[in-house]
Design a protein around this ligand. Structure first.
Ligand code: CMX
Length: 457
Protein backbone atom coordinates (compact mmCIF):
# COMPACT_ATOMS: atom_id res chain seq x y z
CA UNK A 1 0.00 0.00 0.00
CA UNK A 2 1.21 3.47 -0.88
CA UNK A 3 0.41 4.86 2.58
CA UNK A 4 2.54 2.19 4.23
CA UNK A 5 5.45 2.48 1.83
CA UNK A 6 5.84 6.23 2.04
CA UNK A 7 5.06 7.05 5.69
CA UNK A 8 7.68 9.74 6.26
CA UNK A 9 7.02 11.46 2.96
CA UNK A 10 3.25 11.43 3.35
CA UNK A 11 3.24 13.17 6.71
CA UNK A 12 1.18 16.33 6.24
CA UNK A 13 3.35 19.27 7.13
CA UNK A 14 0.72 21.96 6.73
CA UNK A 15 0.54 22.89 10.40
CA UNK A 16 4.25 22.59 11.21
CA UNK A 17 6.00 25.88 11.81
CA UNK A 18 9.50 26.43 10.51
CA UNK A 19 12.23 28.44 12.18
CA UNK A 20 13.52 29.79 8.86
CA UNK A 21 12.64 33.41 8.25
CA UNK A 22 12.41 33.63 4.47
CA UNK A 23 10.15 31.83 2.01
CA UNK A 24 13.17 30.78 -0.02
CA UNK A 25 14.81 29.16 3.02
CA UNK A 26 11.69 27.17 3.86
CA UNK A 27 11.37 26.07 0.24
CA UNK A 28 14.98 24.88 0.31
CA UNK A 29 13.89 22.54 3.14
CA UNK A 30 10.69 21.36 1.46
CA UNK A 31 11.78 20.96 -2.17
CA UNK A 32 14.08 17.92 -1.66
CA UNK A 33 11.33 16.13 0.32
CA UNK A 34 8.84 16.55 -2.50
CA UNK A 35 11.38 15.73 -5.18
CA UNK A 36 12.07 12.43 -3.41
CA UNK A 37 8.35 11.74 -3.01
CA UNK A 38 7.70 12.32 -6.71
CA UNK A 39 10.63 10.08 -7.67
CA UNK A 40 9.26 7.29 -5.53
CA UNK A 41 5.71 7.74 -6.84
CA UNK A 42 6.96 7.51 -10.42
CA UNK A 43 9.22 4.54 -9.82
CA UNK A 44 6.82 2.45 -7.74
CA UNK A 45 3.42 3.44 -9.10
CA UNK A 46 4.02 4.86 -12.56
CA UNK A 47 1.83 2.14 -14.08
CA UNK A 48 -1.07 2.33 -11.57
CA UNK A 49 -4.44 3.20 -13.16
CA UNK A 50 -6.30 6.11 -11.51
CA UNK A 51 -9.08 6.71 -14.00
CA UNK A 52 -10.39 6.02 -17.47
CA UNK A 53 -11.28 8.21 -20.41
CA UNK A 54 -14.65 8.09 -22.14
CA UNK A 55 -15.53 9.66 -25.46
CA UNK A 56 -17.77 12.11 -23.56
CA UNK A 57 -14.71 13.35 -21.63
CA UNK A 58 -12.86 14.05 -24.87
CA UNK A 59 -15.86 15.83 -26.40
CA UNK A 60 -16.76 17.59 -23.15
CA UNK A 61 -13.83 19.91 -22.54
CA UNK A 62 -11.80 17.17 -20.79
CA UNK A 63 -14.15 17.32 -17.76
CA UNK A 64 -13.31 14.72 -15.15
CA UNK A 65 -10.02 13.51 -16.69
CA UNK A 66 -7.35 13.31 -14.00
CA UNK A 67 -4.45 14.66 -15.98
CA UNK A 68 -2.38 17.18 -14.02
CA UNK A 69 -0.18 17.30 -10.95
CA UNK A 70 -1.08 20.41 -8.90
CA UNK A 71 0.16 20.49 -5.34
CA UNK A 72 -1.19 23.60 -3.63
CA UNK A 73 -4.92 22.89 -3.61
CA UNK A 74 -7.48 20.22 -4.44
CA UNK A 75 -11.14 20.89 -5.23
CA UNK A 76 -13.80 18.52 -3.96
CA UNK A 77 -17.12 18.80 -5.85
CA UNK A 78 -19.17 18.98 -2.65
CA UNK A 79 -16.85 20.34 -0.04
CA UNK A 80 -15.07 22.92 -2.20
CA UNK A 81 -11.44 23.97 -2.13
CA UNK A 82 -8.76 22.89 0.35
CA UNK A 83 -5.34 24.51 0.37
CA UNK A 84 -2.79 21.85 1.35
CA UNK A 85 -5.66 20.10 3.08
CA UNK A 86 -6.96 23.20 4.88
CA UNK A 87 -10.52 24.46 4.36
CA UNK A 88 -11.31 28.16 4.02
CA UNK A 89 -12.57 28.46 7.65
CA UNK A 90 -9.35 26.76 8.85
CA UNK A 91 -7.26 29.20 6.82
CA UNK A 92 -9.28 32.10 8.23
CA UNK A 93 -8.53 30.82 11.72
CA UNK A 94 -4.86 29.94 11.31
CA UNK A 95 -3.29 32.20 8.69
CA UNK A 96 -1.86 35.42 10.16
CA UNK A 97 -3.67 38.70 9.40
CA UNK A 98 -2.04 42.08 8.78
CA UNK A 99 -1.21 44.11 11.91
CA UNK A 100 -4.47 45.59 13.16
CA UNK A 101 -6.56 43.44 10.79
CA UNK A 102 -8.53 40.22 11.17
CA UNK A 103 -8.55 38.67 7.71
CA UNK A 104 -5.68 36.48 6.49
CA UNK A 105 -3.25 38.28 4.22
CA UNK A 106 -2.27 37.40 0.66
CA UNK A 107 1.27 36.80 1.98
CA UNK A 108 0.07 34.22 4.52
CA UNK A 109 -1.85 32.40 1.81
CA UNK A 110 1.12 32.57 -0.57
CA UNK A 111 3.36 31.10 2.13
CA UNK A 112 0.91 28.26 2.71
CA UNK A 113 0.49 27.56 -1.01
CA UNK A 114 4.23 27.56 -1.69
CA UNK A 115 5.47 25.65 1.35
CA UNK A 116 2.47 23.71 2.69
CA UNK A 117 3.13 25.30 6.07
CA UNK A 118 1.30 27.90 8.09
CA UNK A 119 3.59 30.92 8.48
CA UNK A 120 4.20 32.64 11.78
CA UNK A 121 3.12 36.32 11.92
CA UNK A 122 6.82 37.26 11.66
CA UNK A 123 7.37 35.15 8.56
CA UNK A 124 4.29 36.62 6.94
CA UNK A 125 5.40 40.16 7.81
CA UNK A 126 8.91 39.48 6.50
CA UNK A 127 7.37 38.40 3.20
CA UNK A 128 5.27 41.60 3.16
CA UNK A 129 8.45 43.62 3.57
CA UNK A 130 10.18 41.74 0.76
CA UNK A 131 7.22 42.25 -1.58
CA UNK A 132 6.98 45.95 -0.74
CA UNK A 133 10.69 46.41 -1.41
CA UNK A 134 10.27 44.84 -4.84
CA UNK A 135 6.96 46.54 -5.66
CA UNK A 136 8.04 49.44 -7.86
CA UNK A 137 7.15 49.20 -11.54
CA UNK A 138 10.01 49.48 -14.08
CA UNK A 139 9.87 52.71 -16.06
CA UNK A 140 9.35 50.98 -19.42
CA UNK A 141 6.21 49.31 -18.07
CA UNK A 142 4.93 52.61 -16.66
CA UNK A 143 5.39 54.17 -20.12
CA UNK A 144 3.74 51.24 -21.85
CA UNK A 145 0.66 51.38 -19.62
CA UNK A 146 0.44 55.17 -19.80
CA UNK A 147 0.49 54.98 -23.60
CA UNK A 148 -2.59 52.74 -23.83
CA UNK A 149 -6.05 54.18 -24.58
CA UNK A 150 -8.45 54.28 -21.63
CA UNK A 151 -10.92 52.43 -23.86
CA UNK A 152 -8.69 49.33 -23.90
CA UNK A 153 -10.12 46.75 -21.47
CA UNK A 154 -8.23 46.73 -18.14
CA UNK A 155 -7.56 42.99 -18.49
CA UNK A 156 -5.86 43.52 -21.86
CA UNK A 157 -3.71 46.21 -20.23
CA UNK A 158 -2.88 43.92 -17.29
CA UNK A 159 -1.84 41.05 -19.57
CA UNK A 160 0.33 43.38 -21.65
CA UNK A 161 1.98 44.89 -18.56
CA UNK A 162 2.74 41.48 -17.07
CA UNK A 163 4.25 40.26 -20.36
CA UNK A 164 6.42 43.40 -20.56
CA UNK A 165 7.78 42.71 -17.05
CA UNK A 166 9.66 39.75 -18.55
CA UNK A 167 12.25 42.31 -19.68
CA UNK A 168 13.91 41.64 -16.30
CA UNK A 169 13.22 37.89 -16.04
CA UNK A 170 15.88 36.14 -13.97
CA UNK A 171 14.71 32.79 -15.36
CA UNK A 172 15.07 33.87 -18.96
CA UNK A 173 18.49 35.43 -18.34
CA UNK A 174 19.61 32.36 -16.41
CA UNK A 175 18.40 30.00 -19.12
CA UNK A 176 20.35 31.94 -21.73
CA UNK A 177 23.45 31.64 -19.53
CA UNK A 178 22.92 27.87 -19.32
CA UNK A 179 21.86 27.31 -15.70
CA UNK A 180 21.37 23.70 -14.59
CA UNK A 181 17.90 22.12 -14.53
CA UNK A 182 18.18 21.68 -10.77
CA UNK A 183 18.54 25.46 -10.41
CA UNK A 184 15.47 26.37 -12.52
CA UNK A 185 13.12 26.66 -9.57
CA UNK A 186 15.24 29.21 -7.71
CA UNK A 187 15.27 31.54 -10.75
CA UNK A 188 11.55 30.95 -11.29
CA UNK A 189 10.95 31.81 -7.62
CA UNK A 190 12.79 35.11 -8.02
CA UNK A 191 10.58 36.03 -11.00
CA UNK A 192 7.39 34.90 -9.24
CA UNK A 193 8.11 37.00 -6.15
CA UNK A 194 8.95 40.02 -8.32
CA UNK A 195 5.75 39.56 -10.30
CA UNK A 196 3.52 39.19 -7.23
CA UNK A 197 5.19 42.27 -5.74
CA UNK A 198 4.59 44.37 -8.85
CA UNK A 199 1.07 43.25 -9.72
CA UNK A 200 -0.70 45.68 -7.33
CA UNK A 201 1.40 48.59 -8.60
CA UNK A 202 0.62 47.68 -12.20
CA UNK A 203 -3.06 47.02 -11.49
CA UNK A 204 -3.44 50.30 -9.58
CA UNK A 205 -1.77 52.26 -12.38
CA UNK A 206 -4.25 50.79 -14.86
CA UNK A 207 -7.14 51.80 -12.56
CA UNK A 208 -5.78 55.34 -12.10
CA UNK A 209 -5.21 55.85 -15.84
CA UNK A 210 -8.64 54.61 -16.90
CA UNK A 211 -10.89 55.84 -14.09
CA UNK A 212 -9.01 58.63 -12.27
CA UNK A 213 -6.81 60.23 -14.94
CA UNK A 214 -4.46 62.81 -13.47
CA UNK A 215 -5.00 61.67 -9.88
CA UNK A 216 -1.82 61.10 -7.82
CA UNK A 217 -0.69 57.50 -7.46
CA UNK A 218 0.60 56.57 -3.99
CA UNK A 219 3.99 54.91 -3.92
CA UNK A 220 4.57 51.54 -2.24
CA UNK A 221 4.63 51.81 1.56
CA UNK A 222 7.26 49.45 3.01
CA UNK A 223 5.24 49.01 6.21
CA UNK A 224 2.06 47.76 4.53
CA UNK A 225 1.09 44.30 3.35
CA UNK A 226 0.45 43.62 -0.34
CA UNK A 227 -3.29 44.28 -0.22
CA UNK A 228 -2.87 47.25 2.14
CA UNK A 229 -0.62 48.78 -0.52
CA UNK A 230 -2.96 47.81 -3.35
CA UNK A 231 -5.98 49.48 -1.74
CA UNK A 232 -3.87 52.51 -0.93
CA UNK A 233 -2.67 52.85 -4.51
CA UNK A 234 -6.24 52.43 -5.79
CA UNK A 235 -7.11 55.49 -3.69
CA UNK A 236 -9.16 53.61 -1.05
CA UNK A 237 -6.48 53.40 1.64
CA UNK A 238 -8.71 55.08 4.24
CA UNK A 239 -11.39 52.43 3.89
CA UNK A 240 -10.33 49.76 6.38
CA UNK A 241 -13.38 47.58 5.64
CA UNK A 242 -12.66 47.51 1.92
CA UNK A 243 -9.01 46.66 2.67
CA UNK A 244 -10.10 43.80 4.89
CA UNK A 245 -12.57 42.58 2.27
CA UNK A 246 -9.89 42.64 -0.40
CA UNK A 247 -7.49 40.75 1.88
CA UNK A 248 -10.07 38.01 2.31
CA UNK A 249 -11.10 37.97 -1.34
CA UNK A 250 -7.53 37.93 -2.70
CA UNK A 251 -6.41 35.20 -0.27
CA UNK A 252 -9.36 32.85 -0.70
CA UNK A 253 -9.44 33.33 -4.47
CA UNK A 254 -5.68 32.72 -4.78
CA UNK A 255 -5.89 29.12 -6.00
CA UNK A 256 -8.60 26.72 -7.20
CA UNK A 257 -6.62 23.63 -8.21
CA UNK A 258 -5.07 23.27 -11.65
CA UNK A 259 -7.72 22.40 -14.22
CA UNK A 260 -9.45 25.78 -14.48
CA UNK A 261 -8.67 27.71 -17.64
CA UNK A 262 -6.27 30.32 -16.22
CA UNK A 263 -4.34 27.93 -13.98
CA UNK A 264 -4.07 25.36 -16.71
CA UNK A 265 -2.90 28.02 -19.18
CA UNK A 266 -0.08 29.29 -16.98
CA UNK A 267 0.99 25.71 -16.28
CA UNK A 268 0.93 24.78 -19.97
CA UNK A 269 2.85 27.85 -21.11
CA UNK A 270 5.30 27.47 -18.22
CA UNK A 271 5.92 23.86 -19.23
CA UNK A 272 7.62 25.12 -22.41
CA UNK A 273 10.08 26.93 -20.07
CA UNK A 274 8.57 30.23 -21.06
CA UNK A 275 9.32 32.51 -18.10
CA UNK A 276 6.78 33.16 -15.29
CA UNK A 277 5.84 36.61 -16.65
CA UNK A 278 4.88 35.27 -20.08
CA UNK A 279 3.17 32.24 -18.52
CA UNK A 280 1.04 34.33 -16.19
CA UNK A 281 0.29 36.88 -18.88
CA UNK A 282 -1.21 34.04 -20.96
CA UNK A 283 -3.25 32.95 -17.92
CA UNK A 284 -4.69 36.45 -17.59
CA UNK A 285 -6.08 36.28 -21.12
CA UNK A 286 -7.85 33.03 -20.21
CA UNK A 287 -9.17 34.73 -17.08
CA UNK A 288 -10.58 37.51 -19.27
CA UNK A 289 -13.27 35.23 -20.73
CA UNK A 290 -16.87 35.69 -19.50
CA UNK A 291 -17.27 32.00 -18.61
CA UNK A 292 -14.27 32.31 -16.29
CA UNK A 293 -12.87 35.41 -14.55
CA UNK A 294 -14.92 38.00 -16.38
CA UNK A 295 -18.01 36.51 -14.70
CA UNK A 296 -17.59 38.86 -11.71
CA UNK A 297 -18.01 41.83 -14.05
CA UNK A 298 -20.96 40.14 -15.74
CA UNK A 299 -22.67 39.35 -12.42
CA UNK A 300 -22.71 42.97 -11.40
CA UNK A 301 -23.89 44.15 -14.82
CA UNK A 302 -26.72 41.58 -14.61
CA UNK A 303 -27.62 42.40 -10.98
CA UNK A 304 -27.72 46.13 -11.68
CA UNK A 305 -29.94 45.60 -14.73
CA UNK A 306 -32.26 43.50 -12.53
CA UNK A 307 -32.23 46.19 -9.85
CA UNK A 308 -33.03 48.85 -12.45
CA UNK A 309 -36.00 46.85 -13.69
CA UNK A 310 -37.34 45.42 -10.42
CA UNK A 311 -36.17 47.79 -7.70
CA UNK A 312 -33.85 47.42 -4.72
CA UNK A 313 -33.07 44.08 -3.10
CA UNK A 314 -35.08 45.15 -0.06
CA UNK A 315 -38.27 45.75 -2.04
CA UNK A 316 -38.21 43.11 -4.75
CA UNK A 317 -40.18 39.88 -4.29
CA UNK A 318 -38.87 36.35 -4.79
CA UNK A 319 -41.47 35.89 -7.53
CA UNK A 320 -40.12 38.89 -9.46
CA UNK A 321 -36.56 37.54 -9.22
CA UNK A 322 -37.75 34.14 -10.44
CA UNK A 323 -39.40 35.75 -13.45
CA UNK A 324 -36.20 37.72 -14.15
CA UNK A 325 -34.10 34.53 -13.96
CA UNK A 326 -36.41 32.82 -16.44
CA UNK A 327 -36.20 35.82 -18.76
CA UNK A 328 -32.39 35.52 -18.73
CA UNK A 329 -32.49 31.78 -19.35
CA UNK A 330 -35.13 31.97 -22.08
CA UNK A 331 -33.10 34.57 -23.93
CA UNK A 332 -30.36 31.92 -24.19
CA UNK A 333 -27.97 33.53 -21.69
CA UNK A 334 -26.33 31.91 -18.71
CA UNK A 335 -27.07 33.18 -15.21
CA UNK A 336 -23.70 34.69 -14.30
CA UNK A 337 -22.22 33.63 -10.98
CA UNK A 338 -24.01 30.26 -11.01
CA UNK A 339 -22.73 26.86 -12.08
CA UNK A 340 -19.23 25.41 -12.06
CA UNK A 341 -17.11 22.94 -13.97
CA UNK A 342 -16.31 20.90 -10.83
CA UNK A 343 -18.34 22.15 -7.84
CA UNK A 344 -21.72 20.55 -7.16
CA UNK A 345 -22.66 22.57 -4.04
CA UNK A 346 -22.63 26.25 -2.99
CA UNK A 347 -19.05 27.49 -3.30
CA UNK A 348 -17.46 27.91 0.19
CA UNK A 349 -15.74 31.04 -1.15
CA UNK A 350 -19.21 32.48 -1.85
CA UNK A 351 -20.27 31.50 1.67
CA UNK A 352 -17.17 33.10 3.25
CA UNK A 353 -17.83 36.39 1.43
CA UNK A 354 -21.50 36.23 2.43
CA UNK A 355 -20.40 35.77 6.06
CA UNK A 356 -18.22 38.87 5.74
CA UNK A 357 -21.39 40.77 4.75
CA UNK A 358 -23.52 39.20 7.49
CA UNK A 359 -21.07 40.49 10.10
CA UNK A 360 -21.49 44.10 8.89
CA UNK A 361 -25.00 45.57 9.21
CA UNK A 362 -24.14 48.47 6.86
CA UNK A 363 -23.40 45.97 4.09
CA UNK A 364 -26.73 44.26 4.59
CA UNK A 365 -28.43 47.60 4.02
CA UNK A 366 -26.94 47.79 0.51
CA UNK A 367 -29.70 47.20 -2.09
CA UNK A 368 -27.31 45.29 -4.35
CA UNK A 369 -26.00 43.01 -1.62
CA UNK A 370 -29.59 42.35 -0.52
CA UNK A 371 -30.46 41.48 -4.12
CA UNK A 372 -27.56 38.99 -4.33
CA UNK A 373 -28.82 37.33 -1.16
CA UNK A 374 -32.42 37.14 -2.38
CA UNK A 375 -31.29 35.83 -5.76
CA UNK A 376 -29.45 33.02 -3.94
CA UNK A 377 -32.70 32.14 -2.17
CA UNK A 378 -34.47 31.40 -5.48
CA UNK A 379 -31.90 30.81 -8.25
CA UNK A 380 -30.91 27.20 -7.39
CA UNK A 381 -34.53 26.02 -7.73
CA UNK A 382 -35.00 27.88 -10.99
CA UNK A 383 -31.78 26.41 -12.41
CA UNK A 384 -32.81 22.93 -11.24
CA UNK A 385 -36.15 23.32 -13.01
CA UNK A 386 -34.37 24.64 -16.11
CA UNK A 387 -32.50 21.35 -15.96
CA UNK A 388 -29.33 22.11 -17.87
CA UNK A 389 -26.57 23.11 -15.46
CA UNK A 390 -25.02 20.32 -13.43
CA UNK A 391 -24.47 22.76 -10.56
CA UNK A 392 -27.39 25.11 -9.80
CA UNK A 393 -25.52 26.82 -6.94
CA UNK A 394 -23.59 30.08 -6.75
CA UNK A 395 -19.86 30.30 -7.33
CA UNK A 396 -17.65 32.96 -5.76
CA UNK A 397 -18.39 35.47 -8.52
CA UNK A 398 -22.06 35.63 -7.55
CA UNK A 399 -21.15 37.94 -4.69
CA UNK A 400 -17.59 39.21 -5.05
CA UNK A 401 -18.35 42.37 -7.04
CA UNK A 402 -21.34 43.72 -5.13
CA UNK A 403 -19.25 44.40 -2.01
CA UNK A 404 -16.66 46.33 -4.05
CA UNK A 405 -19.54 48.26 -5.59
CA UNK A 406 -20.94 49.13 -2.20
CA UNK A 407 -17.58 50.43 -0.98
CA UNK A 408 -17.34 52.77 -3.98
CA UNK A 409 -15.15 50.73 -6.31
CA UNK A 410 -17.91 50.87 -8.90
CA UNK A 411 -16.05 50.34 -12.17
CA UNK A 412 -16.98 46.71 -12.69
CA UNK A 413 -14.99 46.32 -15.89
CA UNK A 414 -12.03 46.43 -13.51
CA UNK A 415 -13.12 43.59 -11.23
CA UNK A 416 -11.39 40.80 -13.15
CA UNK A 417 -8.10 42.66 -12.68
CA UNK A 418 -8.48 42.16 -8.92
CA UNK A 419 -9.10 38.47 -9.59
CA UNK A 420 -5.91 38.52 -11.69
CA UNK A 421 -3.90 39.98 -8.80
CA UNK A 422 -5.27 37.20 -6.60
CA UNK A 423 -4.87 34.18 -8.87
CA UNK A 424 -1.15 34.92 -9.31
CA UNK A 425 -0.64 33.36 -5.86
CA UNK A 426 -1.65 29.89 -7.01
CA UNK A 427 -0.49 29.97 -10.63
CA UNK A 428 2.98 31.21 -9.71
CA UNK A 429 3.30 28.74 -6.86
CA UNK A 430 2.68 25.99 -9.40
CA UNK A 431 5.33 27.39 -11.74
CA UNK A 432 7.93 27.24 -8.96
CA UNK A 433 6.94 23.66 -8.12
CA UNK A 434 6.73 22.54 -11.73
CA UNK A 435 10.35 23.63 -12.18
CA UNK A 436 11.41 22.18 -8.80
CA UNK A 437 9.86 18.82 -9.67
CA UNK A 438 11.18 18.89 -13.22
CA UNK A 439 7.72 18.44 -14.74
CA UNK A 440 7.91 17.98 -18.51
CA UNK A 441 6.42 19.99 -21.36
CA UNK A 442 2.67 19.27 -21.58
CA UNK A 443 1.57 17.31 -24.60
CA UNK A 444 -1.81 15.52 -24.32
CA UNK A 445 -3.04 13.40 -27.23
CA UNK A 446 -5.74 14.79 -29.49
CA UNK A 447 -7.93 12.71 -31.79
CA UNK A 448 -10.00 13.39 -34.90
CA UNK A 449 -13.58 12.03 -35.18
CA UNK A 450 -12.23 9.42 -37.60
CA UNK A 451 -9.64 8.35 -35.03
CA UNK A 452 -12.23 8.20 -32.22
CA UNK A 453 -14.60 6.09 -34.35
CA UNK A 454 -11.77 3.71 -35.22
CA UNK A 455 -10.92 3.33 -31.52
CA UNK A 456 -14.56 2.55 -30.67
CA UNK A 457 -14.71 -0.17 -33.31
N1 CMX B 1 -26.97 29.47 -16.37
C1 CMX B 1 -27.56 28.84 -17.43
N2 CMX B 1 -27.10 27.73 -18.00
C2 CMX B 1 -26.01 27.19 -17.45
C3 CMX B 1 -25.36 27.75 -16.33
C4 CMX B 1 -25.86 28.95 -15.80
N3 CMX B 1 -25.29 29.57 -14.79
N4 CMX B 1 -24.30 26.99 -16.02
C5 CMX B 1 -24.27 25.99 -16.91
N5 CMX B 1 -25.30 26.12 -17.78
C6 CMX B 1 -25.58 25.27 -18.96
C7 CMX B 1 -24.35 25.25 -19.85
O1 CMX B 1 -24.29 26.41 -20.69
C8 CMX B 1 -24.56 23.97 -20.60
O2 CMX B 1 -25.53 24.21 -21.61
P1 CMX B 1 -25.41 23.50 -23.06
O3 CMX B 1 -25.54 22.03 -22.79
O4 CMX B 1 -26.52 24.09 -23.84
O5 CMX B 1 -24.04 23.84 -23.60
C9 CMX B 1 -25.21 23.07 -19.54
O6 CMX B 1 -25.76 23.95 -18.55
C10 CMX B 1 -24.24 22.12 -18.87
O7 CMX B 1 -23.16 22.87 -18.34
P2 CMX B 1 -22.37 22.36 -17.03
O8 CMX B 1 -21.73 21.06 -17.39
O9 CMX B 1 -23.23 22.42 -15.85
O10 CMX B 1 -21.29 23.52 -16.86
P3 CMX B 1 -19.89 23.67 -17.57
O11 CMX B 1 -18.88 22.89 -16.79
O12 CMX B 1 -19.96 23.40 -19.03
O13 CMX B 1 -19.60 25.22 -17.40
C11 CMX B 1 -19.51 27.28 -16.23
C12 CMX B 1 -19.26 25.77 -16.15
C13 CMX B 1 -18.99 27.93 -14.98
C14 CMX B 1 -18.76 27.85 -17.45
C15 CMX B 1 -21.03 27.50 -16.40
O14 CMX B 1 -21.69 27.02 -15.25
C16 CMX B 1 -21.39 28.96 -16.62
O15 CMX B 1 -21.39 29.42 -17.78
N6 CMX B 1 -21.72 29.73 -15.51
C17 CMX B 1 -21.99 31.15 -15.62
C18 CMX B 1 -20.71 31.93 -15.76
C19 CMX B 1 -19.93 31.91 -14.45
O16 CMX B 1 -20.45 32.18 -13.40
N7 CMX B 1 -18.61 31.65 -14.56
C20 CMX B 1 -17.71 31.73 -13.40
C21 CMX B 1 -17.21 30.38 -12.96
C22 CMX B 1 -16.16 30.52 -11.87
C23 CMX B 1 -14.82 30.83 -12.47
O17 CMX B 1 -14.34 30.10 -13.35
O18 CMX B 1 -14.21 31.82 -12.09
Amino acid sequence: MLARRLPALRTPYARQASTKSSLRQVLEEVVPIKQQRLKQLKAEHGQAVIGDVKVENVLGGMRGIKAMLWEASVLDPNEGIRFHGMTIPECQKLLPPAPGGKEMTAESMLWLLMTGRVPTPEQSRELSRELAEKGELPVHVQHLIDSLPASLHPMTQLGMGVAALNHDSAFQAGYEKGIKKTEYWTYALEDCINLIARLPTLAARIYRNIYRPGAPLASVDKDLDLVGNYTNMLGFGDNKDLTEYLRLYIALHGDHEGGNASAHTSHLVGSTLSDPFLSYSAALFALAGPLHGLANQEVLRWQLAMQEELGSGHEVSHEDIKAYLWKTLKSGQVVPGYGHGVLRAPDPRFLALQQFCEARPELLESPTIALVKKTYEVAPDVLKEHGKTKNPYPNVDATSGCVLYHYGLKEFKYYTVIFGVSRALGCLTQIVWARALGLPIERPKSLSMDAIEKLIQ
